[in-house]
Design a protein around this ligand. Structure first.
Ligand SMILES: [Zn+2]
Length: 56
């Protein structure tokens, strides 16, 4: 049995769509985590929100 690898995708900046170093799988839930965009002309800080309705 091979371990099932979750599909991961990079979190994109909502301002400029630049990919961040943060990755999330399809079952991820997240809120209250902030990351700063690495985009050359963006550098905005934004909150990562993934399926926040699922957080109990
Ligand atoms: Zn950005």
């Amino acid at each position: 049995m091979k371990p099932i690898k979750p599909k991961k995708h990079k979190i994109l900046c909502p301002h400029c769509s630049c990919p961040t170093p943060i990755m999330a799988d399809e079952n991820a839930v997240c809120k209250g985590i902030y990351v700063k965009c690495k985009g050359a002309h963006c550098k905005k800080e934004f909150e990562i929100k993934i399926n926040e309705n699922e957080i109990k």
